[in-house]
Ligand binder design. Structure first.
Ligand code: AGP
Length: 612
């Protein structure tokens, strides 16, 4: 996903922009660029490829003078990665420069209109339309830059976070936000713009999250925010409390490995403050008991791994609440005419809190009358801000594209939500509820034991890293966990993989099993262990190679059948996925490492998908 940085102050802008962009590299990109206001107009430099290419062109930023500028890392949507399609995009006179995150959906008709006015285009991007249209109003309407931007915003449709420079007002940046996140940073004698906090945290902890429709003018003296009616609005300033090194590798080779290893502490942050004296406390939770008792259904809506959290959560929540729990992919939910009303609680799960499909599903659910509870990692993110209730996972910044600690903490928070609601509903035996709560407090320590066995998983990865396809099978909650194991492997090792409910094998998939086919068989759910064993035998008799994941209490029995066994400490059946995810994450990590893949920035992927 694209990254934006902006700076206006007394120091040279270019080095600050490049450093900020380097902290956004994890988001995934294919080109980068900066524009700086200089005495001779806008100085624009951009290049396809990694950020070091641009930094080399600019001698680390020292080659460009000027104290106001914007920078961008581009994840191509319209127009292939190229120098010309990189941002900043510039108007024909060179007076206006724009960096953009999102999609201008009606760019083609606007481009056609402008070309008919004789405006030449230099790129294939939708973003260039914004630069040219702003200039069109600026020059033709003899308007000031703010008015010209406002008139442009009335014509464009879609999702956009914009940073705009005008050569005639060299000491200011205009920022606009609609559907794509944009954060303002407040410094001393300087101010910042960023797609996310990591880009500017070295300079300021004081941030303000722009709302949809907001426009802001940044100068070194201050920031003036306007709402969509161009009325000045007060800025709500938030203090960021995590350390920048939390967004650093901290000596690990990859962010992904660091974040896998951080999971015990992340679980402690997500769970411990919310359990006191055998009760669940959800901070700022305001849904009244009467509303909870009126619920007829829960709907979990998310994408990717967050969706997989919902798939595991369905098994847990239905057991605890005795209410139907539907789980939908956000991109499907929007168009499936879902059965949602005021008696439905829609639980939206998102690490970034910015996934466009998920945000759109949230708004659709709201339109249908549901209340929204979101489980989010990024504090102050758009999804959290548009929800009726937001529960943070407190996992800390997750930099690797492949999520790990966010998945685990999302699942833990979902379990806590179930335990909380079950108290009001009286739907769970009190002794069972207390047992689950007590066991949740033991999870971090048990997870540390799982991670201590990482070398065993590394050994299994060394046996299987050259395969072309891998199957994950499991029953009940193991099937749901297998979905995540399969995605982890796919997204960072590029090995084809599929996850199947074990009972489904005989209905088709088993035809794919032949000598040497690897099947990762999840057998952590004790009640169906015998069934899992029989499915493993089905696979083995057809030549498959079985790597099993099971509880320590079942290790010996499993070792008699599977080719390899990974075991995790015994825990309450509903909590086993919280321990079982880490071995699957490590397996994917080591396989990808041995295949020489770009682990933290897998090809074609972005950390947060803010396009449809
Ligand atoms: C997970 O490893 C993937 N990077 C991806 O599936 C991700 O879970 C999905 O894009 C949803 O992101 P979100 O949780 O930030 O909404």
């Amino acid at each position: 996903m694209c990254g934006i940085v902006g700076y206006v102050g007394r120091e040279a802008a270019a080095p600050i922009l490049l450093e900020g962009l380097s902290r956004l590299e994890y988001r995934g990109y294919d080109s980068a660029g900066v524009a700086v206001c200089t005495a001779d107009g806008l100085s624009v430099h951009k290049a396809k490829g990694r950020l070091h290419v641009l930094s080399g062109m600019l001698d680390g930023g020292r080659a460009v003078q000027g104290t106001a500028g914007v920078g961008h890392t581009r994840w191509a949507t319209h127009g292939a990665p190229s120098d010309a399609n990189s941002h900043p995009q510039v108007s024909r006179s060179g007076k206006i420069a724009v960096v953009h995150n999102g999609i201008i959906e009606n760019y083609a008709e606007l481009k056609d209109f402008l070309q008919k006015q004789g405006v030449p285009f230099a790129s294939e991007t939708d973003t260039e339309v914004v630069a040219q249209l702003v200039e069109y109003f600026y020059e033709n309407g003899k308007a000031d830059i703010l008015d010209a931007v406002g008139r442009c915003l009335h014509r464009i449709e879609g999702a956009y976070a914009l940073g705009i420079l005008c050569a005639d007002t060299p000491d200011q940046i205009v920022a606009v936000r609609k559907d794509s996140p944009l954060i303002l940073g407040i410094g001393d004698g300087c101010n910042f713009l960023a797609s996310d906090v990591t880009a500017i945290l070295r300079h300021t902890r004081r941030v303000s999250y722009m709302d949809d429709g907001d426009l802001a003018v940044l100068t070194r003296e201050g920031i003036q925010r306007y709402n969509r009616l161009m009325q000045p609005v007060e800025m709500e300033i938030t203090r960021v409390d995590w350390e920048i090194d939390a967004a650093e590798k901290g000596g690990y080779e990859h962010f992904m490995f660091k974040e896998i290893m951080e999971q015990p502490d992340a679980l402690r942050r997500a769970v411990f403050p919310r359990i006191r004296d055998g009760e669940v406390f959800l901070e700022d939770f305001s849904l009244p008991d009467a509303y909870i008792r009126s619920l007829r259904k829960l709907y979990v809506v998310a994408c990717g791994s967050s969706y997989h959290v919902g798939m595991v959560g369905k098994y847990c929540l239905e057991r605890m609440l005795r209410l139907p729990v539907e789980v939908a992919l956000a991109s499907e939910f929007r168009y499936m005419d879902p059965i949602v009303d005021e008696h439905t609680l829609v639980v939206v799960i998102s690490q970034s809190g910015e996934t466009l499909d998920t945000m759109a599903a949230l708004r659709e659910a709201k339109r249908l009358g549901a209340k929204i509870l979101s489980i989010v990692n990024v504090v102050g993110s758009s999804i959290a801000r548009e929800s009726d209730e937001a529960l943070y996972t407190w996992a800390g910044p997750e930099i690797a594209v492949a999520t790990t600690k966010a998945y685990t903490t999302q699942l833990a928070v979902l379990d806590l939500l179930g335990l909380y609601l079950s108290k009001t509903l009286g739907s769970l035996d009190e002794a069972e509820r207390r047992r689950i709560l007590d066991e949740m407090l033991l999870l971090p320590e048990k997870l540390e034991r799982v991670l201590a066995g990482k070398e065993d998983i590394q050994y299994f990865a060394s046996r299987y890293f050259n395969l072309n396809s891998v199957f994950f099978i499991g029953r009940n909650i193991d099937y749901a966990l297998g979905l995540e194991g399969s995605l982890k492997l796919k997204e960072i090792s590029y090995i084809h993989s599929e996850a199947y409910a074990s009972g489904e094998l005989k209905h088709g998939t088993i035809s794919l099993i032949e000598d040497g086919t690897l099947v990762v068989a999840l057998g952590t759910y004790g009640k169906l262990f015998e069934k899992a064993m029989s499915n493993i035998l089905e696979v083995k008799t057809r030549g498959g190679d079985v790597l099993a994941l099971t509880a320590e209490s079942r290790r010996a029995e499993m070792s008699r059948t599977a080719n390899g066994v990974i075991s995790i400490p015994d825990a309450h059946p509903m909590l086993m996925p919280l321990l079982g995810a880490a071995p699957l994450q490590l397996f994917a990590y080591y396989v990808a490492l041995m295949r020489g893949c770009d682990i933290d920035k897998p090809r074609n992927l972005a950390k947060s998908v803010t396009v449809e």
